[in-house]
Design a protein around this ligand. Structure first.
Ligand code: NAD
Ligand code: 3PG
Length: 614
């Protein structure tokens, strides 16, 4: 997709939004982000770098931007995201996304990306810097020296070698800190319920089961967990009281994992000996808050959230996220999305025609079957079955999202344009739609195999209480998509444009009658197709219902109407059918008004008419 072409709404490409209009997309950067990455964007996008953007100013600016790149200072709230009507992507030039309302972004189909590894070394090195600074009173020594004091006697430190370092959170930064600490001759113990004991052991770290096993024995304690509901106030008074009086604690993760008031008390009352702090619950802290008092405390070495502030880390994170922003705004895929599943570009390319097909099948279901029954899509159960080659594709998330988009397209204000791979699950849940994806290696696979026309077949079945319901089948040939079945009727038509689907008795003269009505309203018929249901198919249907498997009939194209000789038509009928029936599928051009539909329905032998726009 060509750069510089985005629509004003989150429309287009099923996986991630893509483009149609000609205006250059705009990206807002309200914080200091390295120009190394931003340079990648400036050719194709308008990149506005502004510093010190207040919350109010952000609300004012955001409506005209397609991308937002932030660090930890900008609060990307639900209100900001809602105001950002054009926003496709919020990029965090760093790791922590606690300043972004990821749930709100997901609900709006806005993808959130970060740089999970770009600043690990910087954060780990900063932790070691604070470890040594607290051990050797570097902060106080520096301040005293600058003030003209030579306090050698008061500033005797401790060594870190042969001491025990406790790590809470043995993830990327925690593990890097562990390896560095082992290099300094420290014994490292860690608590992390999700870490592998084997990997820890290989790095020379002993995993211990709980904080109670860690806190009483460590000389230094460092935390490297994200700030989550489960880690907020993880270390309060009770925990700090378990520690040695000589212990020193470090925080280069997030403010709030240590309870700041408890930490202040622990230092004031000498439960512990010192702290090295880079992060705080509010940054910068309010003047009289516990955090501000901690920063001024003589037993504390404080830095203003500098963990990732190295030239190298800033280059890394900037390149990481700007590459992803570029890809997303050009309709491609991110490499580290926080709120979207990982799909390899090659996988996605293969699925593209099926994405179009499944979306249209969803639209067809809603408009042809559900609309006549009061728009009953919400609260329904569907089976989306993949047969043939498609059965072997494991990552079918784009197809799931395409179905949700198709199903809601005709019944939502946005026409389904706001549904994408990021929020499809959420939207399905909100509408009470349950989709069961089935990979049919057996036995229905044999239906696809029976016709050499299909390497892959997709079937959508709306499940009624008894597990039965209308079926739509489709397939891809080359890059073209076709509907192969509308419930009891075999078909072969391309699901696109404005379609009239007429369910009628299979009697002579139908085409003429329909043509007369359409002609009266000046509506052109672009194509007309009908499918047959031959006796073999009928037999297969019965076999299927009795659980013996199905065989797919051959399809016929062209202007032929063949009755199904069946028992009630395509499932969208009015139930009065009792003879041979048929479906006429017309691709039309012109305004199909309510009057046109009513006149068609009044035509002799017509059971039901549905208008489908795809
Ligand atoms: N100060 C800075 O500038 C700076 C720089 C980089 C990262 N960080 C922060 O450091 C933190 C860690 O980053 P990371 O990249 O290593 O994250 P990570 O996801 O790789 O690791 C986090 C680890 O914490 C563990 N964990 C979660 N809950 C836990 C609990 N209750 N007890 C023990 N362990 C628990 C997880 O299992 C995981 O192994 C993040 O909050 C990140 O934002 C800060
Ligand atoms: O989560 C992170 O990546 C670090 O806290 C760095 O934050 P910063 O980008 O604001 O320095």
């Amino acid at each position: 997709m060509a750069p510089g072409t985005l629509p004003d709404e989150r429309a287009g490409d099923m996986a991630f939004p893509s483009s149609t209009s000609t205006a250059k997309p705009r990206i807002l950067v309200p914080e200091k982000v390295s120009t190394d990455g931003l340079a990648l964007l400036s050719a194709d996008f308008v990149v506005d770098v502004r510093q010190s953007v207040s919350a109010a100013k952000l609300m004012e600016l955001i409506p005209s931007y397609h991308g937002l790149i932030v660090r930890s200072e900008t609060k990307v709230t639900a209100a900001v995201l809602a105001a950002g009507r054009k926003l496709r992507v919020v990029a965090r030039a760093g790791v922590g996304v606690d300043n972004i309302d990821v749930d709100a972004a997901t609900a709006q189909g806005i993808i959130v990306v970060n740089s999970p590894a770009g600043n690990i070394v910087a954060a780990a090195e900063h932790t070691i810097a604070l470890l040594l600074a607290t051990a050797r009173n570097i902060g106080r020594a520096d301040r005293g020296s600058k003030d003209g004091r030579w306090d050698r006697g008061k500033l005797v430190g401790v060594e870190v070698g042969r001491k025990i370092l406790g790590i809470i959170g043995l993830g990327k930064v925690g593990m890097k800190v562990a390896r560095m600490a082992v290099g300094l001759g420290m014994t490292v113990r860690a608590v992390d319920p999700y870490a592998s004991a084997d990997i820890a052991r290989q790095a020379g770290v002993e995993l211990v089961p709980s904080l109670a096993d860690l806190l009483p024995v460590v000389d230094f304690l460092t935390i490297h967990t994200p700030l989550l509901a489960s880690t907020l106030d993880l270390l309060g008074e009770a925990e700090l009281q378990q520690m040695k009086r000589t212990a020193r604690v470090l925080n280069v993760a997030r403010g709030g994992v240590y309870n700041e008031a408890a930490l202040l008390k622990a230092l004031d009352e000498s439960w512990i000996a010192g702290a090295g702090l880079d992060v705080f619950t509010a940054e910068p802290p309010a003047p009289e808050s516990p955090a501000a008092t901690l920063i001024r405390h003589e037993k504390v070495v404080a830095t203003p959230h500098l963990g990732a502030s190295t030239v190298e880390a800033q280059e890394n994170v900037s390149l990481d996220v700007c590459t992803q922003v570029l890809a997303i705004l050009q309709g491609g895929l991110p490499t580290s999305a926080v709120n979207a599943p990982m799909i390899l570009p090659e996988e996605y390319r293969q699925l593209q025609p099926f994405v179009r097909l499944v979306e249209r099948m969803g639209g067809l279901y809603t408009q042809h079957y559900a609309r006549g029954r009061g728009g009953m899509v919400g609260g329904r159960r569907f089976e989306l079955a993949y047969q043939g080659n498609l059965a072997g594709v494991s990552n079918t998330r784009p197809l799931f999202a395409a179905l949700v988009k198709g199903l809601v397209s005709a019944i939502s204000d946005s026409g389904g344009r706001d549904v994408n791979i990021v929020n499809a699950t959420l939207i399905a849940k909100q509408k009470g739609v349950v989709i069961n994806e089935v990979h049919m290696h057996t036995p229905r696979e044999s239906r696809a195999a029976e016709s050499s026309a299909y390497a892959s077949l997709v079937s959508l079945r709306a499940l009624d209480g008894d597990g039965q319901g209308q079926v739509i089948e489709g397939y891809v040939s080359g890059n073209n998509i076709y509907i192969a079945r509308l419930d009891r009727f075999a078909a072969s038509f391309t699901p696109e444009g404005t379609l009239l689907i007429l369910h009628n008795y299979d009697e002579p003269g139908k085409i003429g009658g329909v043509g007369t009505v359409l002609g009266r309203y000046g509506i052109n018929v672009m194509f007309m197709q009908v499918a047959s249901l031959d006796p073999a198919r009928e037999r297969h249907e019965r076999e299927s219902e009795s659980g013996k498997g199905l065989g797919l009939s051959r399809l016929v194209s062209g202007v032929t109407i063949v009755g199904d000789g069946g028992d009630g038509g395509d499932g969208a009928g009015n139930g009065k059918a009792n003879g041979d029936e048929a479906l006429m599928i017309l691709g039309v051009d012109g305004a199909v008004t309510k009057e046109v539909i009513e006149d068609l329905e009044k035509s002799e032998g017509i059971l039901r008419v549905s208008l489908v726009r795809l």
